[in-house]
Unconditional design. Structure first.
Lengths: 109, 240, 116
């Protein structure tokens, strides 16, 4: 860990805090209403707002989780910091790719 | 009160083992008294450190029933539940023999973290007028009474998990110097603690703060260093 | 060796840190699956609907309750860390950690009640 990674990790955490609260509220709302796939997609398809919301969320979590995983690998496995960093970058890219695909899947008309 | 204590002491080096001794229990007995009894009356080959015996030097720190403590300030009655004690050397440091550890890496990290005063004046200059009630001096004074006993370093999980990590004591000293208006080495110091092994490795477990016998708060000091290094990085004073 | 005897690791704040780390790992492991599930929408509404019906099973609902707990506890623990690192030191850290765990448990419990 160094000052640069620290800033990225804490900044993405701060950005995500309100997003997480909204997401949890949504989880409660969707499960209470018993929303079907059609209900969900009719709200998200073509929505710039949802695209922005979840787009930012995916970008932030990809960075945040990657740095977190890097720390855990460095501290709890025999991997060197450099190797832990490579694994973390790979994981971050995976999350970003799958996440962008998921956002596109629900937002694109 | 039991009349005899059952005391397990670590004997040997890294690959040693606990051996058990019987020690008479007394009123007002410290753990250091117990260790000393074993060395004087049972086994003179026991190796351990102490100096002042009264809680001002920090030399007698050992792991007592799982916690790093000053043995001269730990009353047996408070920790020997069921008449048992388990005493080992401080964790996170190489064992020399029995209860004595090699503290060189602890002091080397102190140097690497630039926990060293960098003077800006000479004896020919006027003495600096330091007010005791500025926020910076209050912060420095709250952290200055470290006597390098190693308890925080021994208690810290991040030290255990991360060989590069400077540890709570070195960083707390760096914090006192960052707050010292006479010191001229801040850029180099902040640079030193902004890299791998620096203050950002701290996860705020707070074992250091809970166990420091001087009631220092390395967690708070390190949080302060995190803020200072972020500011220094963002304004270009240091690089990552 | 000697390390197994470190009893202070049972302390509330150490436990809070471990919960924070483990919840983060669990969420990190869950996320790719979550994204793949949402990606089913590419194959059409019906495909996503089939998946949502699959998640109606009790075992999956319990897993979701656990996820809600992990998500909330990671958020609240993270906020506690941000407070330590960016605001003045405050006492009562153990109480804050306990509060974070309690609120997360309540949120997860409310979720449990609503989905069953």
């Amino acid at each position: 860990m160094n000052v640069r990674l620290y800033i990225w990790q804490r900044a993405t955490a701060a950005i995500m805090a309100p997003l997480v609260l909204v997401h949890i509220a949504l989880i409660f709302y969707a499960t209470r209403q018993g929303l079907s796939a059609a209900d969900v997609l009719s709200r998200t398809r073509g929505s710039i707002a949802w695209a922005a919301f979840y787009g930012i969320f995916v970008a932030a979590v990809s960075i945040h989780a990657a740095i977190g995983v890097r720390n855990v690998l460095h501290e709890w496995t025999p991997l060197t910091e450099r190797r832990a960093g490579f694994c973390a970058i790979a994981f971050g890219l995976l999350l970003a790719a799958l996440g962008a695909r998921a956002v596109a899947a629900v937002v694109l008309p | 009160m039991h009349s005899e204590l059952s005391v397990s002491l670590w004997r040997g080096g890294e690959d040693g083992r606990y051996e058990t001794y019987s020690v008479p229990q007394r009123e007002n007995q410290t753990v250091l008294d117990v260790v000393t009894f074993v060395q004087r009356h049972v086994d003179p080959t026991l190796s351990y450190r102490f100096a002042c015996r009264v809680g001002v030097c920090g030399s007698c720190a050992m792991t007592v029933n799982g916690k790093p403590r000053w043995t001269c300030r730990t009353h047996v009655a408070k920790v020997a539940h069921g008449g048992r004690l388990e005493i080992g050397p401080l964790e996170n440091l190489p064992v020399i023999k029995d209860l004595a550890t090699d503290m060189r890496v602890f002091f080397e990290k102190w140097q690497e973290a630039k926990g060293v005063f960098a003077p800006t004046k000479t004896r020919h200059d006027a003495i600096a007028q330091i007010r005791p009630d500025t926020p910076a001096r209050i912060a420095a004074d709250a952290a200055i009474e470290c006597i390098n006993c190693g308890i925080c370093y021994s208690a810290c999980d991040t030290v255990r998990w991360n060989d590069d990590y400077f540890g709570p004591a070195a960083l707390t000293r760096a914090w006192t110097l960052v707050n010292d208006e006479r010191d001229g080495g801040n850029t180099a110091r902040l640079q030193a603690i902004a890299g791998s092994g620096g203050c950002h490795a701290c996860h705020s477990h707070q074992s250091c703060q809970q166990l420091c016998p001087q009631s220092l708060n390395p967690t708070a000091a390190i949080a302060g260093l995190k803020r200072r290094t972020v500011a220094a990085y963002l304004n270009g004073e240091i690089t990552a | 060796m000697i390390a197994r005897h470190l009893k202070h690791r049972g302390s509330a704040l150490w436990l809070a840190a471990i919960v924070h780390r483990l919840s983060g790992l669990a969420l990190a492991a869950f996320l790719p699956l979550h994204f793949l599930a949402l990606g089913l929408a590419i194959e059409g509404e019906a495909r996503l609907e089939d998946f949502l019906r699959w998640t109606d099973r009790p075992l999956v609902k319990f897993a979701e309750v656990a996820l809600v707990f992990l998500f909330t506890v990671h958020l609240l623990g993270g906020l506690r860390i941000l407070v330590i690192e960016n605001l003045d030191w405050r006492e009562g850290q153990k109480q804050l950690a306990a509060l974070a765990a309690a609120v997360s448990a309540i949120v997860a419990f409310v979720f449990l009640v609503r989905v069953f």
